[in-house]
Design a protein around this ligand. Sequence first.
Ligand code: DGJ
Length: 768
Amino acid sequence: MFTQEKDYFLFSTATTSLVLHVNEVGKLVCEYYGSRISSLEEAPSLTSPHPFIQGTSLAYDEKHQNVSLDYLHNEFSTPGKGDFHAPSLVLSEGQEVVFDFVYDSFEVKTPEKIPGLPTPHGAKEEVVITCLEKARKAKLRLHYLVYEEEDVIGRYLEIVNENEAVLSVHKAASLQLCLLNHGDSLVSLYGAWANELNPEEAPLRHGRFLNESMSGLSSNRHNPFFLIKEKGGDAQHGACYGFNLVYSGNHQESVELDTFEVVTIQSGISPFLFKKDLAKEEHFYTPMAVMSYSKEGTNGLSLHYQDFVNDCVIPSVWKGRIRPIVYNNWEATMFSFNKAKLTSLMKEASALGIELFVLDDGWFGERNDDRHGLGDWECNTKKIPGGLASLSKEAKKLGLKFGIWMEPEMVNKASKCYQAHPDWIIHDGVHEPTEGRHQYLLDLRKKEVQDFVYASVSNVLNSADISYLKWDCNRMMSDFPEGYTSFFYDDVVGLYSVLERLVEDFPNVLFENCASGGNRFDLGMLSYFPQSWLSDDTDSFQRLTIQAGAAYGYPLSVMSNHVAAKTSNQLLRLTSLDSKFDVASFGVLGYELDLNDLTPLDKKIIQGQIAYYKEHRPLFQFGHRYQLASFKEGNDEAVEILAKDEAIVGRYEKLQKPSPEEARLTAVGLDEKSHYLYQSRPESLSMKKFGHLVNMASPIHLKEEGFLINTISARHDLASEVEKGMASGTALLSGGVALAQEWSGVGYSSEVRLVGDFGGRLYALKKR
Ligand code: DGJ
């Protein structure tokens, strides 16, 4: 909702408000961002008074000796007129760099798509505030969009040159917001391959903190999402401000704390090697930054972003649409498969209740390893006689849908595509191009490359009955042909133009975003592809941290997770299939282990998991996710998903303790006045878990690694405790209900809770 009175603008969502003000010198400043206020009546009281300036600060002009740009909560800042914060906007005209934009006008209009860039949908109106730099004939248009129900406000800039001289944009943060520091800390998400999205919290320090990607992709190093949290706040309490950028390339987030305890926050494209020259009448558009506020801790803030992504970011056709359980052959076979192997995997997948079979890397060209074939998107019929069409038919016969992997932005040197078009890759023409996984990036600024990528993907999709496509991108950018241009930006815009065409032409194909896992996990990609392979790390313990990091700013529906082999490829850590399911089920579930190697017991376990997931699927995919406890703070992690009258709580343990403490099942968000039935998910305890102790119960002696125990445990297990009961919302929200005593080395019984190292348990709650 938007209202305007005198010199004030009020933007309100369901629970938040933002008040902007055009001050006495025509500067646009933020006077308030916090819980919703009802009108602008109180705006004068929210306005920061500046009756004088002190010490070495500069007066804006002779007439306004009390106004210094350095004190104002500027909605944008330029250098050269007395604001000594890092500028959010750096422009030049020839050698001139001082720009002084002042307010001119505003208009309210129907929201429009940002030219070339993904634009969240669902805002009712768009408010454009225009500021002018008269001396240089430059126009700055600030676009504000309110996503009311989701409690999110979006902003982007449009810069227009109205002068004969070229106007250069060096930096243009989409958003700048100034807040007061309350002992705040900053939470950002850092990482690397197979270790993405680590949440890190640090108190704000005087000076400037940058969270940035300069890799060409939004990157696994620093996700564009971050939040500011007030002192003493936690998952459930305290004021939090969150920020994200709808963009997939280089980005920069800046948090600067000054001596007046003002925090200046910026979010936008990275100024790294950036310069965009605008001729007369040319416009430059930044991507949209989206901010939100909650006084209900990091979970409260996360809920806003969960709703925002589900309602306003992912393509509308996928909103609330149930996602299939996939089987992906990558970790099971890598490049080494043939049609017979794939068909046998399909048979097993179908018998287990899996719904979609995904053929990963290695099906095209000469792609028998990662040195060959990228760019040659024709099925290798030596490996798969009859091609993709025949495989998709096999899948259909077995009641499975069929999906495919592609990495359309890349070529190997050893490919027909590269041999025919060596000039299509990103290279500077001087140095030997740098390889990443033996491959090069195609230059998506070129129209013929965009057309090639579009044609490659659409030909594959049209060649068989394909309902899913995993879009990979396994290297970062190097050997840029140009620096100090808009190269990186134009490349991303080129990619978006291809994605736009594809999702428009194939609205019912489920595209899954993947960039070696989470190397391009952002709101830009999610605007086209409704789900994302979060990480190549399928170790469930590590994945918990990755999912928890993602959950600060993204919903369950976008997190694709797979149950992989018991011994993880990445860490060689051994965890049970059930522990893996306890983690992978929070989001979009898949399987990625060799189904031909499963024991009869494994199959029974997986069938049980799939049945459980199907029963609770709307909750797992579209419930609200809350973080209850975290390994960062101790030995336990707990996560809850909640929707209306149902919830599932996942409880996880890092290491089994020798004298375990008592445990209680607690939850958040429930109705205090209602009563809930709760029940733990029965899990399978492997007999091998007990090692030589199994002999205490066995009539014959079983050697710990012997043939007999291996044979028996392939078919038989021990049942976990099953806990069920009824409790009030009040009890579950406060003290919690008592759980069974945990294993402490004194005998197994069905009343003992044996979770063990890296183990978990799920508890379903339903309103009575
Ligand atoms: C990286 C992805 O993240 C994996 O899941 C797999 O698809 C490989 N690429 C295939 O090359």
